[in-house]
Design a protein. Structure first.
Length: 79
């Protein structure tokens, strides 16, 4: 087998990888810091992709207990 028939060397592979354009960074389309948690929404790269909601609970989240009422857009929901 001649050297031309062999697989590319590591240096050739590394060069090809280094010259490829980097994928676009994740696009955060919403972010909120609430009392007890922080959340962010990551937009998909394509129109048929999935929107991700990421949540991180703060250390004191479990100590607060449940709210007595639920609100949507500042208005109380009837139980």
């Amino acid at each position: 087998m001649s050297p031309d028939d062999s697989a590319p060397s590591d240096s050739t592979t590394a060069t090809a990888t280094a010259t490829e354009p980097a994928p676009p960074a994740a696009r955060v389309v919403g972010r909120a810091v609430e009392d007890g948690w922080t959340e962010a929404f990551v937009s998909p790269r394509s129109p048929t992709g999935a929107l991700f909601q990421l949540m991180e609970y703060h250390d004191d989240y479990g100590e607060k207990g449940a709210d007595d009422a639920l609100f949507v857009r500042g208005e109380r929901l009837d139980s």
